[in-house]
Design a protein around this ligand. Structure first.
Ligand code: G6P
Length: 436
């Protein structure tokens, strides 16, 4: 990594989340002196790129931070010689997300963009594009780290780990969001809170919580009974108290789809009739955001961005880059290759666990808590689904795609799986050349 010429490429730079990232680079400039920042997007996203890019320029000028900002649709130019590449892309944009959420609902299945059949559709659309990006990184920036925030983050990261030579780390905002929420419950700084998390992306359990070195796991579980850890895009239905007590670990927000699928489905069906699916809500939030971004007097990240589920994403991303760049050896919860850490899962899959971050990347830390049969069982099933999804996406194999969907607990019926798969393949054919 070159001391005075740090280059970062943000793929999907036209995303509404970009001001978060810019704010993060501004706040951390002293520790992370970024020289060149490339925001890159596809030609269809150029209008958004220009709007968000102009706001980014104003933010940098206002903060008087000398980062050279480049806006481009030339991905190779952005990647060439980069030290860090981040991906925050949405293949097919929000219209594709809307379809991912609607198709399963037709068959009385959960329609969610990262898990179940919706997450599957997003994965098979996204993996080929990310692997193309990886080929460019291998050629043009072989030493770069790829930090992937693109959902489904665990599956996409696993595809990169299995099918490229790029150094990659998968990133999600849920761990940092949990840390923030616990900090607010105990009225301490987020840095006073340490978590032990184990699992895979959007299916991880917090097995230990410490505040200033004191184990407060029990208090957190009691508190979570009344008010679950909340993320903007998932209804806060609380937890079955006896179940929580017995598991003795805090589920993540996405566990609600597994632990209370009927209630969640009912909720989704009702909402889809009134406000539409989450994609429809996000479209409106985005339209409002982009209107705000156009205002030449706006020079900071607008508050309304907090309406998106990915809040604190920038903190997580910038913290990670900072720790690699400065060889900090601190602990962060990210997605990496298992390598035997969770011994009940294959070595080559991605897991989301506590890792030490240094200049060579993320190194998983031994998990202190023994996995209960409940955690192990659910993890193994969903991980099997993820492995099959990666293979199906790479090979374009219909049978394996069907196996993937049947394996997922939120689909679990071959007749339904086939109907959903056929709809997904038909409605996404433009994005799925591998299945032709
Ligand atoms: C959560 C997840 C992210 C996801 C986001 C969606 O926070 O951890 O992986 O991208 O929600 O938020 P949205 O506002 O797009 O529904």
């Amino acid at each position: 990594m070159k001391g005075n010429s740090l280059k970062i490429a943000v793929i999907g730079g036209g995303s509404s989340y970009t001001p978060e990232l810019i704010e993060g680079f501004i706040k951390n400039y002293n520790e992370l002196p970024v020289k060149e920042l490339y925001l890159v997007d596809i030609p269809e996203g150029e209008e958004k790129l220009n709007i968000v890019g102009s706001l980014a320029k104003r933010m940098l000028e206002e903060a008087d931070v000398p980062i050279e900002l480049h806006l481009t649709t030339d991905r190779k130019k952005a990647i060439k010689g980069a030290d860090f590449v981040t991906t925050q892309i949405r293949v097919g944009m929000l219209d594709a997300r809307a379809r991912d959420e609607q198709i399963p609902l037709k068959y009385n299945r959960i329609g969610q963009e990262t898990t179940g059949a919706g997450g599957f559709a997003k994965a098979i659309r996204t993996i080929p594009v990310i692997l193309d990006i990886c080929k460019e990184i291998e050629e043009l920036a072989p030493d770069a780290f790829l930090l992937n925030f693109t959902n489904p983050a665990g599956i996409v990261t696993e595809a990169v780990l299995k099918h490229s030579n790029v150094k990659t780390i998968g990133l999600c905002n849920l761990p940092i969001g949990t840390q923030m929420q616990v900090a607010s419950w105990f009225d301490v700084k987020p840095s006073d809170v340490s978590l032990e998390m184990v699992g895979i992306n959007h299916l991880n359990w917090t097995t230990k919580v410490e505040v200033n070195g004191v184990n407060v796991t029990h208090d957190v579980l009691t508190r979570a009974n009344n008010s679950g850890l909340h993320v903007k895009n998932i209804p806060d239905l609380g937890w079955e108290p006896q179940l929580l007590k017995s598991i003795n670990a805090l589920p993540c927000a996405y566990h609600r789809y597994y632990y209370m699928p009927e209630q969640m489905l009912k909720e989704q069906i009702e909402k889809s009739k009134t406000e539409g699916t989450r994609a429809d809500v996000v479209k409106e939030v985005e339209n409002d955001l982009f209107e705000k971004y156009k205002d030449p007097n706006l020079k900071v990240k607008p508050k309304e961005l907090e309406k998106r589920g990915g809040a604190y994403y920038s903190e997580a991303a910038v913290q990670l880059i900072c720790s690699i760049y400065n060889n900090k050896k601190d602990t962060q919860i990210v997605n990496v290759r298992n390598n035997g850490l969770i011994k009940q899962l294959p070595d080559d899959v991605s897991i989301e666990v506590n890792c030490v971050i240094d200049r060579n990347g993320a190194h998983p830390i031994q998990i202190e808590t023994e996995l209960s049969p409940h955690i192990r069982g659910l993890l193994q099933v969903v991980k099997a689904y993820e492995e099959l999804t990666v293979t199906a996406a790479v090979k374009g194999d219909y049978g394996i795609a069907l196996q993937a969907l049947i394996t997922h607990p939120l689909v679990a019926d071959s007749d339904v799986a086939k109907k959903i798969l056929d709809d997904i393949l038909r409605e996404n054919r433009h994005y799925l050349p591998q299945f032709v």
